[in-house]
Ligand binder design. Structure first.
Ligand code: TXA
Ligand code: MG
Length: 313
């Protein structure tokens, strides 16, 4: 485990470091160290078409990398930062296209974790960081998770992540009209974003309308044991037969993923639970979907669970 000074030194020397944020741990590199950026993609086995989020420690710093900063940018940043919101904005040439996968936009986030903010302040340069897991697998919410997923990586240990699932991603596109689009749901709700911008001339685009964030693939957040999403009322004793009938797969032992009814707590527990259950002596994990999970506060949790699941009955 690293001290802040050691982390700063490694980053200075073009290395990568795992950093805590309020959402999940990130695998960070300085945005002015191209070799380190490439190392992120290598260690994660991440396809180069999947852009990285740039983490800053102030709104002023975010503005240095944006092509333009309108009242809309300022409103969302001042209301939700520091916090679990990423703003995808038109970038300037201070951000390399290796970070943005060739896009002319950049995802900017001012996270709420004192250790990481202090590190970025010390360095004076933002940190590009995806979640600190192998591509497509469950994101880490503790330093121990990072160690299990990426054993070769040095870690700045900031304790357990308070939010537990990745940030809400919203893009702002300026043209003849301003378009604001939800690219990935998170614990900051789409309704909150729309309310914050209610005084502005904006066209809102929901994420259901196909164009999603690159890298936001159907198979993501996958635990080591297969996850079965149970949307109908099926007794545990029947699961085995249902799966065999539909998928021709033979599972004998199931373990249930049980989450708090409180969305905020459920989000915090989700990834740790998926990891823990993956280590049980079972063949598969199952999750029973309930009516209250259709509420907006559950949307980001259900998004992750759906993408993490392999079977649906
Ligand atoms: O909470 C989080 O956002 C965490 C912590 C570490 O900050 N980070 C995270 O990064 O979830 P990652 O790489 O797992 O997901 C970032 C996603 C990319 O897959 C992509 O979909 C989207 O952000 N993204 C980044 N830059 C983008 C851009 N310029 N345009 C559209 N989508 C972008
Ligand atoms: Mg990720």
């Amino acid at each position: 485990m690293l001290t802040e000074d050691q982390a700063a030194l490694l980053l200075e020397q073009s290395d990568v470091v795992a950093i805590p944020t309020e959402t999940v741990y990130g695998l960070a590199a300085r945005i002015d160290r191209p070799e380190a950026i490439e190392k992120i993609f290598r260690i994660k086995e991440r396809p180069s078409f999947d852009p990285l989020i740039v983490h800053v420690s102030s709104i002023e710093q975010a503005k240095l990398y944006a092509n333009e900063w309108t009242e809309i940018h300022q409103k969302l940043a001042s209301q939700f930062w520091p916090g679990p919101l990423t703003l995808v904005v038109s970038k300037n040439d201070k951000v390399s296209t290796v970070i943005t996968s060739g896009l002319d936009s950049v995802g900017l986030r001012y996270p709420q974790h004192l250790l990481t903010l202090s590190l970025i302040n010390k360095i004076g340069v933002p940190l590009a960081a995806p979640s600190a897991n192998k591509f497509g697998k469950t994101s880490p919410t503790t330093a121990q998770h990072v160690k299990e997923s990426l054993p070769e990586v040095e870690i700045l240990d900031g304790g357990d992540c308070k939010v537990g699932i990745e940030s809400t991603i919203v893009s702002i596109q300026n043209g003849s009209s301003v378009k604001v689009q939800l690219l990935r749901p998170g614990m900051i709700q789409w309704t909150q974003i729309k309310e914050a911008l209610s005084g502005f001339q904006v066209e809102f685009i929901d994420s259901n309308k196909k164009i999603m964030a690159p890298g936001n693939l159907e198979d993501h957040y996958m635990p080591e044991l297969p996850l079965v999403l149970v949307e109908t009322q099926v007794a545990k004793s029947e699961l085995k037969f249902k799966i065999k009938e539909i998928y021709k797969k033979e599972f004998n032992n199931f373990v249930e993923l049980i989450l708090s009814k409180e969305a905020v707590i459920a989000a915090r527990e989700l990834y740790a639970q998926l990891r823990k259950l993956s280590q049980s002596q079972s063949d598969a994990i199952y999750f029973q979907v309930e009516e209250y999970m259709k509420n907006e506060d559950w949307l980001p949790i259900m998004d992750r669970i759906t993408k993490a699941s392999t079977f649906k009955i």
